[in-house]
Design a protein around this ligand. Structure first.
Ligand SMILES: NC(=O)c1ccc[n+]([C@@H]2O[C@H](COP(=O)([O-])OP(=O)(O)OC[C@H]3O[C@@H](n4cnc5c(N)ncnc54)[C@H](O)[C@@H]3O)[C@@H](O)[C@H]2O)c1
Length: 377
C-alpha cells in the first residue's frame, strides 16, 4: 500500500505552481512507495489561496503559516515564499518535526543557512533544497559522464544566467511579484537569485570552489518601493560577474545579469576537460553538447546528444525515445527523488547542508565585489 506524504505548501506563486504540478504528476510516472497528498496551501490572501486550492486540488487553506505548522495532519512543509521568509519558517518547521522542502537560495546569507542546517539536523527531519536544474536529464547525464572520468582533468568551467526584465527604470521594487528587487526580501540580486543556480550545478559537477573575485553593478540606483510608496535606494546587484578557482585546479568564470536585452532565462554552462568538453543550454534543455578528443575520425566534432533514450537519466519513466520533456519535469524528478529517499533513507541532495555551500560562495562573491579583493570561500 502506498504511504501518504501530506504536504503543506507556503506560497502559491511561480514555484507554488511548479511544485504543485510535480506533486500531482509524480506517481503517474514513477513507481514509488509514497504519494504526496495536497493537504493545505498557505498564503495571506484567503480568497486567492482558496482559488489556488481549487485549481490544484488542495484540501484546505491557511492564511498564517504558523497555524499550518501547528497542524498534525501535515508531514512535510514546502517553502515557496520569498527568500527572507525561508529561515523563520524552516526553524519553526524543524521544531514542529516536519520534513522540509525549501526553495533556493537556502537563506539570505551563510549565517542564516548555518542556523537552518543546525535546526534540521538537531530535529532529525528530512530536508531538501529545490536546485532543480540538477535534475534536468541532460544535466544529470553531464554529471554521469564527469563521474565516469570521461573528461579527464578539468581545466575550465564557465556559466552564464542572463535575463532582461528589470531594464526599465520605471519598474518599482518590492511587494508581490517584485520582491526580487527589494534587498530586504531577496538578500541579494542576481547573485542569490540566478548565480545560485549556476553555483549549485558547478559544485555538483566540478567540486568545491576555493576563492573568488567579483564585480557587481546596480544600474538603476533608485526605484519606487511598492510597500512604502517612496522612491528608495536599490540594494540589490543587477549584474554580477566573478572569476573563481576550484579545488580540482580548474579556473572558472560566471556571469549573470537582468540587463542582457533579448535574453529571458538563458542559463548556459560549458566544461573543458583534457579528454572531452560538455556544454548545456537551458533554451535547449534536452540536448547535451559533447566533444570527444579521442574521436580521431574525419567526422570528429561537437556531438549534439538528444537526451531522450530510456537508458538516460530519468527518461525511462517518460515517453518513448526521441520524445522530449521540459522545465517542469525537473521538479517532478526532485519530488520522485525525495519520495524515494523516504524508502531508502538516503538524503535528497542538495539537502540544507549541501545547499549551504552555494550560500558560502554567494557570500564570498558579494564580499569580493565590495572589497575588490580575492576572497576565500
Ligand atoms: N528553483 C527555481 O528555479 C526557482 C524559480 C523561481 C523562484 N524560486 C524561489 O522560490 C521562492 C518563491 O519564488 P516565486 O518565484 O515562486 O515567488 P512568487 O512571488 O511568485 O511567489 C511568492 C509567494 O509567497 C507568498 N508569500 C509571501 N509572503 C507570505 C507570507 N507571509 N505567508 C504566506 N505566503 C507568503 C506570496 O503570496 C506568493 O504566493 C523564492 O525563494 C525564489 O528564489 C526558485
Amino acid at each position: 500500500m502506498s504511504q501518504p506524504l501530506r504536504i503543506g505548501m507556503i506560497g502559491y506563486g511561480f514555484m507554488g505552481r511548479a511544485h504543485s504540478n510535480a506533486y500531482r504528476r509524480v506517481n503517474n510516472f514513477f513507481p514509488l512507495a509514497h504519494h504526496p497528498v495536497l493537504q493545505a496551501v498557505c498564503a495571506r490572501d484567503k480568497e486567492k489561496a482558496q482559488a489556488f486550492a481549487e485549481t490544484w486540488g488542495y484540501a484546505s487553506v491557511e492564511t498564517d503559516w504558523r497555524k499550518l505548522l501547528a497542524r498534525d495532519d501535515i508531514d512535510a512543509v514546502d517553502i515557496c515564499a520569498p527568500n527572507n521568509m525561508h529561515r523563520e519558517i524552516a526553524l519553526a518547521a524543524a521544531k514542529a518535526g516536519k520534513m522540509i522542502l525549501c526553495e533556493k537560495p537556502l537563506s539570505m546569507n551563510t549565517a542564516e543557512g548555518e542556523e537552518m542546517c543546525r535546526a534540521v539536523e538537531a530535529a532529525g527531519v528530512r530536508n531538501t533544497v529545490w536546485y532543480n536544474y540538477r535534475r534536468v536529464p541532460a544535466v544529470s547525464l553531464a554529471k554521469q559522464l564527469i563521474d565516469e572520468g570521461r573528461l579527464g582533468r578539468i581545466f575550465h568551467y564557465r556559466a552564464q544566467f542572463l535575463q532582461d526584465w528589470t531594464i526599465s527604470a520605471d519598474l518599482p521594487q518590492g511587494g508581490a511579484g517584485l520582491w526580487r528587487l527589494d534587498v530586504n526580501a531577496a538578500g541579494s540580486g542576481v547573485t542569490g537569485d540566478l548565480l545560485a543556480h549556476c553555483i549549485d550545478t558547478a559544485l555538483w559537477l566540478n567540486g568545491s570552489i576555493t576563492s573568488v573575485t567579483a564585480m557587481t553593478e546596480t544600474f538603476v540606483k533608485e526605484r519606487k518601493h511598492n510597500l512604502t510608496g517612496k522612491v528608495e535606494k536599490v540594494g540589490i546587484d543587477d549584474a554580477c560577474a566573478f572569476l573563481c578557482r576550484f579545488a580540482n585546479g580548474s579556473l572558472a568564470i560566471f556571469e549573470s545579469t537582468r540587463y542582457a536585452r533579448g535574453h529571458k532565462a538563458l542559463y548556459t554552462f560549458e566544461i573543458n576537460g583534457e579528454q572531452a568538453s560538455i556544454a548545456w543550454n537551458l533554451h535547449d534543455l534536452h540536448r547535451l553538447s559533447y566533444f570527444d578528443h579521442k574521436d580521431d575520425s574525419l567526422i570528429r566534432g561537437w556531438h549534439n546528444v538528444h537526451v531522450t533514450d530510456s537508458d538516460m537519466p530519468y527518461m525511462d519513466k517518460w515517453w518513448v525515445p526521441g520524445l522530449q520533456i521540459g522545465y517542469e519535469h525537473s521538479f517532478v524528478h526532485q519530488v520522485a527523488d525525495f519520495l524515494k529517499g523516504l524508502e531508502t533513507g538516503e538524503p535528497t541532495l542538495p539537502d540544507f547542508r549541501a545547499a549551504l555551500e552555494t550560500q558560502k560562495v554567494c557570500d564570498a562573491v558579494l564580499k569580493s565585489a565590495q572589497t575588490g579583493q580575492w576572497e576565500a570561500v
